[in-house]
Design a protein around this ligand. Structure first.
Ligand SMILES: NC(=O)c1ccc[n+]([C@@H]2O[C@H](COP(=O)([O-])OP(=O)(O)OC[C@H]3O[C@@H](n4cnc5c(N)ncnc54)[C@H](OP(=O)(O)O)[C@@H]3O)[C@@H](O)[C@H]2O)c1
Length: 233
């Protein structure tokens, strides 16, 4: 069944691969990016029939409001699935001994507040449909079980917080039959993951889409890998 997806951070990396694979499956995709016109990869997928580009900077409230209005216009009968994919790593050279407040705040703002802003703004359109799926792309680096080093603390802490945010949404919306997941995409070959990563964007997104297809009441509030494995918080 063709569904309507909203994907944030769709200019490159995992976001643009989501758009590619979702549109190939016949879904309608509203691809949100800070500067959609500057992404050749995204523009190559936009057809203004089933794939639309919308400007969205998740940390700027006026941009979030304008994007939500545009999404309402493009999808008047509602949005089935929201994928909060946008994120930043910040200054990865920092460790706990020298991490700056500015870096902590910037990374937290994008990875946590940005996800919150977009989810709050799109909730009315998600409620219009019965599908009611929200996927937050977080990271195994936010798992207390996995994190044993002092490196990139701003990123790790922000992803732990984004995991908790996902739990919060799952708890709040479970009674309305929403399913909310935190998902680890694997260590993937993107600008963020670098070419050293073992997983390709194609593999990661294909795995995540099969997890998303199988989301059900039982998976609400879980933290899953792109291969569907349940991860420890
Ligand atoms: N790659 C990995 O190995 C890996 C592992 C675990 C988790 N993740 C997570 O997966 C998600 C996607 O990562 P990626 O590897 O595709 O990273 P990426 O290649 O660096 O792409 C990040 C995307 O987020 C967008 N973005 C950043 N700040 C934004 C904002 N304020 N508003 C809107 N969009 C914004 C970027 O837009 P611009 O082009 O405008 O900068 C870009 O489209 C992130 O949440 C990341 O933390 C990735």
């Amino acid at each position: 069944m063709a569904l309507t997806f909203v994907v944030t951070g769709a200019s490159r990396g995992l976001g643009v691969e989501f758009v590619k694979q979702l549109s190939a499956k016949g879904h309608t995709v509203i691809a949100c990016a800070r500067n959609p016109d500057k992404s050749e990869q995204l523009q190559a997928l936009v057809n203004n029939k089933t794939v639309f580009a919308v400007s969205l900077d998740t940390v700027k409230l006026d941009s979030v409001k304008a994007a939500a209005d545009k999404i309402q216009e493009l999808a008047p009968s509602g949005v089935d699935v929201l994928i909060n994919n946008s994120g930043i790593v910040g200054d990865h050279t920092q460790d706990v001994t020298n991490a700056t407040g500015e870096n902590y705040i910037n990374v937290f703002e994008t990875n946590v507040v940005g996800t919150s802003n977009v989810t709050q703004a799109l909730l009315p359109w998600l409620r219009k449909r019965n599908t009611r799926k929200i996927v937050n792309i977080t990271s195994i680096l936010g798992s207390n079980d996995f994190t044993t080093t002092g490196s990139s603390p701003a990123y790790r802490i922000s992803k732990a917080a984004e995991n908790m945010l996902s739990r919060g949404w799952a708890g709040q919306l479970g009674e309305e039959s929403f399913v909310v997941l935190a998902m680890h995409p694997g260590w993937v070959q993107t600008d963020m993951g670098t070419s050293k990563a073992p997983v390709t964007p194609e593999q990661s997104i294909s795995g995540m889409l099969s997890v998303i297809e199988n989301m059900s009441k039982e998976t609400n509030g879980k933290f899953l890998s792109f291969e569907g494995e349940e991860l420890k918080w």
